[in-house]
Design a protein around this ligand. Structure first.
Ligand code: SF4
Ligand code: SF4
Length: 360
């Protein structure tokens, strides 16, 4: 049922308490089943003959796949391996919670978690082929289009010629989080790879860190060839350092949220901070930052457990309140979607690319 790797990780986690204090879901629900330890215990019991039932399926979806547990593990274990496989098993056994199944069905039907047919981003005048391709991802295309629109403006102001795909296909990242890395996910990834190669791009500027992480970590293993992949923050930071963008330096005090996949899967922390400094901002850090950042929720999770995802975002805002900054920013559309929906009174959230666009 589970791979040897998943069994080994589950058997290690099932009696261990060492990372539970970092789990953003357990921190807001207080439920023991939301700890990595409890999920490991359930998987190890299933492997020893316990039937996997609906409650267990639901438990496996009460996780942001944020990697805070994995990052903190002194012994090198990775709960995401068995949690993803448990989601695959839940699909095989047809015990996926109905609210999750609705999102899976939407992705399979429309290619995105929102069930949207048309992007909200304006692609007027943009070519579909060229050496530089901007890859937006579904969150920017359908939920927070201002992040995509701001990136387009920034690139034009820097004199970068670029292409973007009006019919950009799914990368596979959302379905991979919903079902584990099954054949349907690899098929979506293969189609995305074809679209990228078809654009003639030699480099791809990826706005959504979930897509960038999947492309950089899984596509190669799946035999999907890609040109150079660069995150949008790293690319824009480079444009500023080359002198192609000269932001106004009128910033004040701000704090920066490191999105989980950007900070841990991609180990990228400084480009966004460099962009903020170029605008004259003084960054007052939250106590959990860079690789230790607390997750603010994912776009996928917000679709099937909106209440928990909102509380997770509010809990991240509690970290902001412990600084003296009244402004918050982040560099991934998925962070922007979650954090802007939970802004406390007296505070302000602005996406990093929107902030930079307004400083040019
Ligand atoms: S990931 Fe590491 S620290 Fe966390 S429960 Fe597993 S073994 Fe323990
Ligand atoms: S990946 Fe994140 S949400 Fe899931 S068990 Fe680990 S710390 Fe908790």
């Amino acid at each position: 049922m589970f791979s040897e790797k998943a069994k080994k990780n589950a058997d290690a986690c099932r009696f261990c308490w060492m990372c539970r204090h970092l789990c953003p879901v357990q921190l807001v629900t207080g439920k023991e089943t939301n700890t990595p330890r409890a999920k490991g215990l359930q998987v190890s019991m299933i492997e020893r003959g316990m039937p996997m039932e609906k409650d267990c399926g639901k438990t496996m979806y009460e996780c942001m796949l944020c990697g805070a547990c994995t990052n903190d593990c002194a012994t090198g274990f990775d709960p995401l391996v068995f949690i993803r496989e448990a989601r695959t098993q839940a699909n095989v056994l047809d015990i996926v919670p109905p609210e999750v199944q609705k999102v899976i069905d939407r992705v399979l039907e429309t290619g995105n978690i929102y069930g949207a047919r048309e992007p909200k981003v304006c692609f007027d005048g943009l070519p579909e082929t060229g050496e530089t391709l901007v890859w937006l991802g579904e969150c920017a295309r359908y939920s927070v289009p201002e992040t995509a629109q701001a990136l387009f403006v920034i690139m034009k102001k820097a004199g970068v010629s670029f292409a973007a795909l009006k019919d950009e296909p799914a990368s596979g990242s959302a379905l991979g989080d919903l079902m584990g890395f099954v054949e349907d996910v690899r098929a979506q990834a293969a189609k995305a790879g074809e679209a990228i190669r078809g654009s003639g791009a030699k480099r791809v500027i990826v706005l959504d860190s979930y897509d960038a992480a999947l492309m950089l970590h899984e596509y190669k293993d799946w035999g999907i060839g890609l040109p150079e992949i660069v995150t949008a923050a790293a690319f824009v930071d480079g444009l500023i350092r080359e002198g192609r963008l000269k932001p106004q330096k009128d910033g004040g005090v701000i704090t920066y949220h490191d999105g989980s996949r950007l900070a841990r899967d991609l180990d990228e922390h400084e480009p966004a901070r460099n962009i903020l400094k170029a605008m004259g901002f003084e960054i007052h850090e939250m106590w959990q930052n860079r690789r230790l950042a607390k997750c603010c929720g994912s776009a996928v999770a917000r679709q099937f457990m909106p209440d928990i995802a909102r509380r997770v975002a509010e809990n991240r805002w509690n970290d902001v309140k412990r600084t003296d900054a009244k402004r918050l920013t982040a560099a991934c559309p998925q962070s922007t979607e979650g954090l802007r929906a939970a802004v406390p009174e007296g505070y302000q959230y602005t996406d990093l690319f929107v902030l930079l666009k307004d400083h040019l």
